[in-house]
Design a protein around this ligand. Structure first.
Ligand SMILES: *Cc1c(COP(=O)(O)O)cnc(C)c1O
Length: 364
């Protein structure tokens, strides 16, 4: 061998392709492709971030104690059962690193988040993809795919990029029917946007089992995607194992302190929730009226389906919108070639997209 060879599995991973961030056109650009908040973070979080600049010579406190305590207060959780991370991506990778290896299988659903196969295959394990029903995770399909090699199930609830969710009863049924040694990872990145009585983010299941974890992020409703902060709530046995592989200073001080300020600004949080709900309903109605199918979403984005007719496809729509500075997310690598995902934007951006789609559909 004349050069270093990656471990088995690594070169089987399809490189992650992010959404477009620019339009390549002059004029204003509205980036509605990465589920970032159009409202920005709490001004208090920005102030805390700037204040941290006075002490950049010091290593962070290694366990993110102040942030774990703030999360504990906000959600009524034991801070000892929380691990903070550089984005929830890092936590997902920690979990794979801790529990998966060659010969193991990890399951996710057809339109599941692309970080799951990366984490699975990066650890030499086999990625098992199971079908969804109506763009929604199907508990029976997941259970049917379980083999003696299954070690982990990834479930985003709500899911990205579909925006759908499964009710708490179904999550509980999944947990109860999975073998006890299988780790169930409930990725609740979009939990903050859900307002349904039959939804639960996973806190109750984590508290009552020793094989379930819930992951959360500050990248979406809190508007801190640039700082990379996420967290996990888990049973003591899993927290103990994951902490052994976690880098001793994995969360930076400015990120940690900004997140504390963000989680304490409940007014900004509520305003973001209300904005999302109002415009999610409006966009779903307006886009549907144009004759396009929209999958009902409980998250901060909507999934728009396009016809297959020449001139009216998702590709055509993507090009049409991009020329107008409206950047949505094409989803070919999510097995959704006929759909675009639109992050809910400012009032102005939302109205511009509906106007542009009306024109695209020839109704103007
Ligand atoms: C955005 C997102 C996350 C959060 O990722 P971060 O690394 O915390 O920014 C996690 N899971 C899903 C499904 C997401 O869409």
């Amino acid at each position: 061998m004349s050069r270093p060879v990656p471990k088995p599995g690594i070169l089987d991973i399809a490189p992650y392709t992010p959404g477009k961030s620019g339009a390549g056109v002059s004029g204003r650009v509205f980036k509605l492709s990465a589920n970032e908040t159009p409202l920005g973070p709490s001004p208090k979080a920005i102030a805390a971030y700037k204040a941290a600049a006075d002490h950049l010579e010091d290593y962070p406190e290694g366990t993110s104690r102040v942030l774990r305590e703030a999360i504990g207060r906000a959600y009524g959780l034991d801070p000892d059962r929380i691990i903070c991370s550089a984005g929830s991506d890092e936590i997902l990778n920690f979990l794979a690193h801790t529990y998966l290896g060659p010969g193991d299988e990890a399951i996710h659903t057809t339109h599941g988040f692309l970080v799951y196969p990366i984490a699975t295959m990066g650890n030499g394990a086999t990625n098992v993809v199971v079908p969804e029903t109506n763009f929604t995770a199907d508990v029976d399909a997941i259970l049917k795919a379980v083999t003696p090699r299954t070690k982990l199930v990834w479930l985003a609830n709500p899911n990205n990029p579909t925006g759908t969710y499964i009710p708490f009863d179904e999550v509980k049924r999944l947990r109860n029917e999975l073998p006890p040694h299988v780790l169930l990872v409930l990725d609740a990145a979009y939990a903050d946007f859900v307002s349904r009585n039959d939804y639960e983010s996973g806190i109750e299941l984590v508290a009552t089992t020793d094989n379930t974890v819930m992951t959360r992020t500050f990248s979406k409703i809190y508007g801190l995607a640039a700082l990379r902060i996420g967290w996990m709530y888990g049973p003591a046995n899993i927290v103990d194992a994951v902490n052994r592989i976690r880098g001793p200073f994995n969360v930076s001080t400015p990120a940690m302190l900004a997140a504390v300020a963000a989680i304490e600004d409940t007014e900004h949080y509520q305003m973001s929730r209300n904005h999302t709900e109002t415009w999610r309903t409006w966009l779903t109605d307006e886009v549907s009226k144009l004759g396009l199918k929209v999958t009902p979403s409980v998250a901060n984005f909507i999934l728009i389906h396009f016809p297959l007719d020449k001139g009216k496809t998702a590709d055509d729509a993507d090009a049409f919108l991009t020329k107008r500075g409206l950047i949505l997310r094409a989803l070919k690598n999510y097995q959704l070639p006929h759909a675009l995902r639109m992050t809910i934007g400012t009032e102005e951006a939302n109205r511009l997209v509906v106007d542009a789609l009306r024109e695209f559909m020839g109704q103007k």
